[in-house]
Design a protein around this ligand. Structure first.
Ligand code: PHE
Length: 359
């Protein structure tokens, strides 16, 4: 067989093998077989120099051409096979990223403080109170002055209040501080709307304390009710409804005389202990929750002091015409009492083993 015929034969064989290849892997074998380093056609090309001079041109050209055609055929076929294989892989690994994860991720839950806040809000919304919020960075005027807090009151000291620097004059009504209670919103709310007013103010408050029962930041819910015929009996009925909604329908409340600069009279409110009977637990022990007293302090309240109303008299709050009550509830305190949380700081450690107990 002449070299030219052999080249033709190799080319035809290669083309047939390329056509027959059904995968990129098989095609790669064909490439090695016909164009690899030990394959016949490339060898032939390498040997052209040893041929007789009159043969070199024709054989070299034919072999080169055969190699080029095979290379081209392989390239084309590779493209085809690769595309088909990709298509097949895509069909097999169909992944719908809109499907829910398997297994479903665990649902989160509301933080106990959020949950307690909402529970309390629900009670008062049910009684007709509106929920409003106010600024955490507050002015001396709203936090102290307008609430009838005397200039000498110790809560104004830097040991009891965070002032916003530069706080050059702690008695300047414009000096800024982090509110120590939600009560400043009593004034702001009365400035912004005439009576009657029935609202609650949930929010963060700040005091420089830190121990098992105090954190520098905590939460309160302020309550304010002003109308023409509001009495201490309304306050008591409102707070009794609150206490029963949160701590159980059997609860009683009692008001003890107390002092707040912005209410007169002022009271501290206790709820009957829900952990014992008369201070003694079911197994005859002194109740650790109420310390055997049968009562637990839950909040501070009182009738809004006329001196407070005086600051918003111009907006319809003349103490001769309207009066009302206010109260301040510590959200953490309610949550801790209700769920037996022994240390306030647990609420802020963000340990899920603690947090996930409150579904
Ligand atoms: N602002 C008071 C406190 O933080 C609570 C309070 C609010 C008392 C309204 C009476 C009336 O302790």
């Amino acid at each position: 067989m002449s070299l030219a015929d052999r080249i033709e034969q190799l080319k035809a064989g290669g083309q047939a093998a390329i056509a027959a290849a059904t995968s990129t892997a098989a095609l790669d074998q064909v490439r090695i077989q016909f164009l690899g380093r030990r394959a016949e056609l490339p060898n032939l090309l390498r040997g052209v120099a040893q041929l007789a001079p009159e043969q070199r041109g024709a054989v070299g050209k034919a072999a080169n051409e055969a190699r080029r055609q095979l290379e081209q055929a392989i390239e084309q076929k590779l493209e085809q096979l690769a595309a088909a294989e990709l298509q097949q892989r895509l069909e097999q690994d169909k992944l719908d990223i809109t499907l829910p994860a398997d297994p479903l991720p665990a649902l989160g839950r509301l933080h106990l403080i959020t949950r307690t806040r909402r529970e309390i809000e629900d009670v008062f919304v049910g009684l007709g109170f509106k929920v409003v919020e106010g600024p955490e960075v507050e002015r001396v005027y709203y936090n102290f002055d307008a609430l009838n807090v005397a200039p000498t009151h110790p809560s104004r000291l830097t040991t009891d209040t965070f002032y916003v620097e530069p706080a050059t004059d702690l008695f300047d009504p414009q000096t800024q501080l982090l509110r120590v209670h939600t009560s400043p919103m009593q004034i702001r709310a009365m400035e912004s709307q005439p009576p009657p007013i029935f609202l609650i103010v949930p929010g963060r408050v700040y005091r420089p304390d830190s121990d098992a029962t105090h954190t520098p930041q905590f939460h309160q819910i302020e309550g304010l009710a002003i109308d023409e015929d509001i009495t201490l009996a309304d306050l008591k009925g409102t707070l009794e409804t609150f206490a029963r909604a949160i701590f159980g329908p059997e609860r009683e409340i009692r008001l003890r005389p107390h002092f707040f600069p912005f209410t007169e009279p002022s009271v501290e409110v206790d709820v009957s202990c829900f952990n014992c009977c008369g201070g003694i637990t079911a197994d005859g022990e002194r109740c650790p929750l109420c310390k055997g007293t049968a009562w637990i302090e839950i909040l501070g309240a009182g009738m809004v002091d006329p001196n407070v109303l005086h600051h918003v008299k111009h907006n319809g709050y003349s103490p001769e015409q309207v009066q009302g009550f206010a109260f301040g509830i510590g959200i953490e305190r309610i949550a801790m009492l209700k769920h037996g949380v022994p240390d306030l700081r647990l609420l802020y450690d963000n340990d899920v083993r603690f947090l996930e107990q409150f579904a």
